[in-house]
Write a new protein. Sequence first.
Length: 81
Amino acid sequence: MQHISRSQYILSDPDILGGTPVFAGTRVPISILFEYLQQSTVEEFLKGYPHVTREMVNAVLGVAAQRFEIRTHRLAYESAA
């Protein structure tokens, strides 16, 4: 899996929504994507938030997958020790 730069697609700035992580270049919180995915699709999310591109969504999902993978490996290592 290719490493994805978080800063390229995710911004956390105290002056934008109080530092809530948003899609870079927008005021759309990353958490909204995950809320959509619980009940809908990426396509529906993109229709509702036209300032967010599919590339941005894929990158954010990739970052989440990388973090999950790292956490899973860490937990497996700690339980084996």
